[in-house]
Design a protein around this ligand. Structure first.
Ligand code: UTP
Length: 294
């Protein structure tokens, strides 16, 4: 069974739900506390053993590339000021030279198309796919939890989470089959089903381990919902010839692609930070009291 060495991060979306913030700043660079959203996904991938980071970017996303590069002036200033902790934090988040690759999706034709844009870099090996909008809080990380299933069963592995059964039409929903370790073999995947058609309330939460054959299916450029090239459509086809497994994420995800999820992530991560939690809790409590909710 081939090791998962590469992870793809699609970051070419327009982020229209965050305008005007995302007019010049990519939404993946918005911060949860003091770290850009994209860095949470990269750290999660690194902790799961990923060696090569592939970013599918678009126009106005150059700052993501800069973020994962050395800032010579900043580093020498920090050094001169004796700011060792900050220097160490910066170098810990830097990919080893040659292990970050950037490619462009010239037009935002959909998630499936963004993944396909990474085909030559991914090559003929299975890979991880992380949607950076979904910030995961869990120990071990979400991708590491999925690797356990992959190491035992191979195939394709999706991370799952339960949603309100009334909300299934917002998500890609799966049907569970026989148990497989901590997960299950999947019997079905269906994009945005109606409440009646949904096989469960378990949705695909933005983390995937996929076999390279997905690229051949995406190459057909078939348009799906919203006239976009949809990843789920290609996965449904791949499931006709390959096994898909799903594992419920033991942790909590935050959808930072929408405003409330992004704000919730900031509050949750701030309350978990020993350096600011106590002061922040007081501030939030006072604000809630002022709003009549305390
Ligand atoms: P979203 O559905 O959140 O779309 O994409 P979006 O364009 O980024 O944001 P809104 O809806 O306009 O606010 C989910 C993920 O797929 C990537 C996005 O960058 C995000 O990580 N994506 C989406 C692409 O890379 N290319 C696309 O054509 C579409």
């Amino acid at each position: 069974m081939k090791k998962i060495r590469k992870a793809v991060f699609p970051v070419a979306g327009l982020g229209t739900r965050f305008l005007p913030a995302t007019k010049a700043v990519p939404k993946e660079m918005l911060t949860v506390v003091d770290k850009p959203v994209i860095e949470y996904a990269v750290e999660e991938a690194r902790a799961a053993g990923i060696e090569h980071f592939v970013f599918v970017t678009g126009r106005n996303k150059g700052v993501i590339e800069d973020h994962f590069d050395i800032q010579v002036e900043l580093q020498s200033t920090l050094k001169a000021r004796g700011k060792t902790a900050e220097l160490e934090a910066l170098s810990a988040s830097l990919p080893v030279a040659g292990t970050a690759t950037f490619t462009r999706q010239q037009e935002p034709l959909g998630l499936g198309h963004a993944v396909w844009c990474a085909r030559d870099i991914v090559g003929d090996e299975p890979f991880a796919l992380l949607l950076p909008d979904m910030v995961m809080k869990g120990e071990p990380g979400c991708l590491a939890q999925m690797m356990e299933i992959y190491d035992a069963y191979g195939g394709n592995v999706l991370s799952l989470e339960a949603c309100d059964p009334e909300h299934v039409s917002r998500y890609g929903i799966v049907g569970l089959g026989e148990p497989a370790g901590k997960g299950h073999r999947l019997t079905e995947m269906i994009e945005k089903p109606s409440v009646d058609a949904a096989p469960s309330n378990l949705f695909i939460n933005g983390r995937y381990i996929l076999q390279p054959e997905i690229m051949g299916l995406l190459a057909r450029h078939e348009r799906g919902a919203g006239n976009e090239i949809q990843l789920t459509d290609a996965m449904i086809k791949l499931a006709e010839s390959q096994a898909f497994y799903g594992v419920k994420f033991n942790g909590k995800s935050f959808d930072c692609g929408n405003k409330v999820g992004f704000l919730e992530a900031n509050v949750a991560f701030a309350l978990d930070r020993s350096d600011i939690a106590a002061e922040f809790r007081d501030v939030v409590t006072a604000l809630l009291a002022e709003n009549g909710a305390g």
